[in-house]
Design a binder for this molecule. Structure first.
Ligand code: URA
Length: 266
């Protein structure tokens, strides 16, 4: 009820109202009613912070620092460099330890004969007798070789005799490829020094090595071939002829070809 009065009074511009019968001298005049305005909402300007939108970054690649191991480049075996002289060749052969054969040899067997010969006979490797005496073809097969040469008017001393290997393989086993490779330089220098007009390879091992072929000696023999442009004739090894004397007739044909070739080129 009071609120309705206040409402109408306010509408009429009357701020305070007191009932007349209640006004006395003592009665303090009521202070105008102060109607507080409704609280205004506080409008504060928001401080707009810059919005930081995280830009997705691509993940950085993990770069692992490689542990650099020292690179080991295997070096090919160095070729034996020898000044082509008989002294240095002899020294290199005597002191050679390039393959396993140096461990079992008694001594090296370089070669024997005329260092200016037209004919160079090349066999396989020293055997037991050659290992002891230090000279090629001194055993049984050497005696047969001498006789074969004699049959075509050649003396042992007039020609040069060597082997593809300069050391004896233990038990007279066949030479192995690394051994042949190690000795190759020695043989080539020997050939360089002698400058033969004809090479005779005796036996399959020597023929296969010099001609770089596996063709059987039975097919290689009896014809004029070549090693580094030097005429070459292959024939049976004397030790084979000792076991198979029936093959001597083929060896005799080879000897005649050797004689004929020497006559032609000398
Ligand atoms: N056989 C070879 O081939 N050479 C020799 O010196 C002795 C036997």
């Amino acid at each position: 009820m009071i609120a309705t009065h206040i409402y109408y009074l306010k509408a009429m511009g009357i701020d305070s109202w007191v009932r007349r019968d209640l006004i006395t001298q003592e009665t303090p005049i009521t202070e105008p009613v102060h109607i507080p305005p409704p609280p205004q909402p506080v409008v504060t300007t928001p401080i707009i912070e810059p919005v930081r939108i995280p830009i997705p970054q691509p993940p950085l690649p993990v770069v692992e620092t490689p542990i650099i191991e020292p690179v080991h480049i295997p070096q090919p075996p160095q070729p034996v460099v020898i000044t082509p002289s008989w002294e240095s060749l002899q020294h290199q052969v005597v002191t050679c330890t390039a393959c396993e054969l140096h461990k079992t040899r008694i001594q090296t067997v370089l070669g024997v004969g005329n260092q200016n010969a037209d004919l160079m006979v090349i066999g396989e490797a020293p055997g037991a007798d050659e290992d002891v005496q230090g000279e090629p073809f001194v055993g049984r097969s050497g005696k047969l070789l001498n006789a074969m040469l004699y049959a075509i008017d050649l003396k042992r001393e007039s020609i040069y005799i060597a082997n593809v290997l300069k050391c004896r393989p233990p038990g007279n086993r066949n030479p192995q490829l690394p051994e042949l490779v190690c000795c190759q330089t020695f043989l080539d220098i020997q050939i360089q020094l002698i400058k033969p007009k004809l090479i005779v390879a005796v036996g399959g091992i020597a023929a296969h090595h010099l001609l770089a072929t596996n063709t059987g000696i039975g097919k290689l023999r009896g014809q004029l071939l070549a090693y580094k442009n030097i005429p070459l004739i292959a024939t049976y090894h004397p030790s084979f002829l000792l076991r198979r004397p029936s093959e001597k007739r083929h060896a005799w044909l080879d000897l005649q070809l050797i004689r004929h070739t020497l006559n032609e080129i000398s």
